[in-house]
Design a protein around this ligand. Structure first.
Ligand SMILES: C[S@@+](CC[C@H](N)C(=O)[O-])C[C@H]1O[C@@H](n2cnc3c(N)ncnc32)[C@H](O)[C@@H]1O
Length: 623
């Protein structure tokens, strides 16, 4: 590369347009290259190495890669006296440009461009971060994220739970497994079909007792979330939106990250939800009683929120003191602060009092318009006819519902305690500690979707989103990695379709009905990773050493060796090192069974599983 730099700099020295007082005019070089300046192109073509590097031969026609050239010039320090020689060494990327060249503000962190597959299956596993984070080559990433086989299909309805071989994309889905892999598996089928995504990911609180991992290092958390939100965006329909529940620890970083993924112009709101009602007086600094819900539209110019049903309280603000045949009304101020002399005139009330607008303020309407409003009985002067005039607004004329506000009180949408009670009462278990209240999800789903729309939550937890979506007659897809999916998420959804009466059931007259399909990502090497993580003694580690070697599960990056010969070296390691080595040896691209290898006998898939996958992946949406 150094030679290429030297070559280019000596070429450019031959053209005095690019130099001033011995300094390279970098921007001039870029400008003229983008204009395909003939003199510059001739110069570049005069060098064989420059020609090979920046020109492509397409059937005898040389095509200049001006973007490659521009980046090269912009980001390489090829003159020591060039002020860019230092700053551009950072080389971080913002989209396709180097940060130093980008116009946008970006959030950068180590391993930003990696894929963090990150997952966990059972609460007993060590909860120190056990995510292996590797830089994979693009084709390996493609393999890692290619669709995977789904297995263990069951259909669950009001009366039964049975094996299922004809699932389709129109079914409600509960999927067990790593959400990154599951989302990529669904991507092709649901591309642009999902109306609403609500997620409540681990907040990265550093807390150890939730069962699932909530103790990432900051940059891993960002990579973890970024990987998932990027694919989630692909699933959203043009008029869709994503809602992310989060607290103060990561919310501001998440906002910047989402700006990058969705575009700042698609940011809709930061809702503040009052998640706790009782102050915590032993808090060291503040008693934190709110969460954030970040709302981004796929395309804000297209997305519109549904209005909220007027609350009884809001309707009660309307009355009909003058028995107006048009029905109940409420009144609003008739003055405005943007002063105009034409709108500043005295008004004589029915009782004969003369009223002027206060100083510096005028009426909202002209003299003529005011008279029209009086003639049509749209102005209210109070019962005795002597008050400051106000404008009557009829309930029948205002919008069908209320525009949602950005502060959501616990009295309207519930709080954390309420959510825990909902789950404890329904399942008689405290196995899951961080659910959200059904009323909160009701509001999100009602604003962001309509009956029949697809609602997705890929951090299912206890399944609140899916439960509420079912009660509101939406189609749901939800994903959970942990073993408690059986005793919590699946059980809850089963009870929902049986017509349980907790949460929002009574307020929406829910009596059960419908069905959902349960399935799992079919694991291959993932099973070994789980088993390795469980190892606590050297004997089991050695047994696993032989199993891993025999299973043909080793990465091609590990040089071939004889397991028996190398076992001696393996035994010298500490148990932690042994576990690390075992995990590193595994081929991470074979954690799950690729759909493309469904007929490969090595995976031992039964006919029912194959049939169900064919049915699911070949099904289509009705409209
Ligand atoms: C905060 S909880 C969600 C609670 C949920 N909103 C509710 O109301 O019950 C986050 C859930 O995401 C799950 N999760 C975290 N990482 C995951 C991953 N990589 N794949 C699938 N699920 C994951 C956790 O196991 C946990 O159950």
């Amino acid at each position: 590369m150094q030679n290429l730099l030297e070559e280019l700099s000596s070429l450019l020295k031959q053209d005095n347009r690019f130099f001033s007082e011995g300094r390279l005019l970098k921007n001039k070089v870029i400008e003229l290259s983008l204009q395909l300046d003939a003199q510059l192109l001739k110069l570049l073509l005069s060098s064989a190495s420059i020609k090979t590097h920046f020109f492509q031969d397409l059937d005898g026609v040389l095509v200049f890669d001006k973007i490659k050239f521009q980046k090269f010039v912009a980001n390489k320090a090829f003159f020591e006296d060039n002020y860019t020689s230092f700053k551009n060494k950072i080389g971080l990327l913002a989209g396709d440009d180097f940060i130093s060249e980008a116009k946008e503000l970006v959030l950068a962190w180590p391993y930003k461009d990696c894929i963090l597959e990150g997952g966990q299956q059972s609460a007993e596993k060590s909860r120190t971060e056990r995510f292996w984070n590797e830089i994979l080559a693009p084709d390996e990433i493609d393999r890692m994220l290619s669709p995977k086989v789904l297995s263990g299909f069951k259909i669950i309805d009001k009366n039964s739970e049975s094996a299922y071989t004809s699932p389709s994309v129109s079914d409600n889905l509960l999927i067990k497994g790593n959400n990154l892999i599951a989302l990529h598996t669904l991507k092709k089928k649901y591309f642009g079909k999902v109306k609403l995504i609500y997620i409540d990911p681990p907040y990265n609180t550093g807390n150890d007792d939730f069962g699932y991992n909530d103790r990432f290092n900051h940059s891993s958390w960002l990579t973890f979330i970024k990987n998932r939100i990027q694919v989630a965006r692909d699933l959203l329909s043009e008029d869709g939106s994503i809602w992310i529940n989060i607290d103060d620890i990561e919310s501001h970083y998440l906002k910047v990250l989402c700006d990058e993924i969705f575009g700042r112009e698609n940011f809709v709101a930061n809702i503040i939800w009052q998640k706790k009602f009782a102050p915590q007086n032993d808090a060291k600094y503040f008693s934190d009683n709110h969460d954030h819900i970040l709302v981004f539209a796929k395309t804000k110019t297209v997305w519109r929120p549904n209005l909220l049903q007027r609350s009884a309280e809001a309707v009660a603000r309307y009355s009909n003191p003058d028995n107006d045949p048009r029905g109940v009304w409420s009144s609003s101020d008739l003055t405005v602060k943007t002063y105009s002399a034409d709108y500043d005139f005295p008004i004589t009330t029915p009782s004969g009092k003369v009223i002027n607008p206060p100083k510096g303020v005028c009426w909202r309407v002209s003299r003529t318009r005011f008279q029209e409003l009086v003639d049509t009985n749209q102005v209210w002067f109070g019962k005795e006819g002597g008050n400051v005039p106000r404008l009557k607004r009829f309930l029948t004329d205002v919008k069908d519902g209320q525009t949602p506000l950005t502060i959501w009180l616990h009295t309207e949408v519930g709080h954390n305690q309420e959510a825990k009670q909902e789950i404890n009462k329904l399942l008689e278990t405290e196995l899951f500690k961080t659910p959200k209240p059904e009323r909160l999800l009701k509001r999100v789903i009602e604003i962001g979707s309509d009956k029949g729309d697809i609602v997705l939550d890929f951090f299912a937890g206890s399944g609140t989103t899916a439960a509420v979506a079912a009660k509101l007659e939406r189609q749901f897809i939800t994903i959970e990695q942990m073993d408690y999916i059986e005793g919590v998420t699946k059980l809850r959804l089963k009870k929902v379709i049986e017509g349980e009466q907790g949460g929002i059931s009574q307020s929406v007259s829910w009596n059960g009905g419908g069905s959902f399909v349960y399935c799992e990502l079919k694991t291959a090497n993932q099973r070994l990773i789980e088993a390795i993580s469980d190892i606590s003694d050297e004997k089991s580690a050695l047994k696993m050493w032989h199993e891993v070697n025999a299973a043909g599960a080793i990465s091609y990056k590990v040089a071939p060796f004889s397991a028996d010969n190398a076992a001696g070296d393996f035994k010298m390691l500490t148990i932690t090192e042994q576990k690390k080595i075992l995990i590193e040896m595994l081929d991470k691209n074979m954690l799950y069974v690729p759909l493309s290898e469904i007929d490969n006998g090595d995976y031992g898939l039964d006919e029912q599983t194959k049939k169900a996958n064919v049915a699911f992946f070949s099904s289509g949406f009705s409209s």
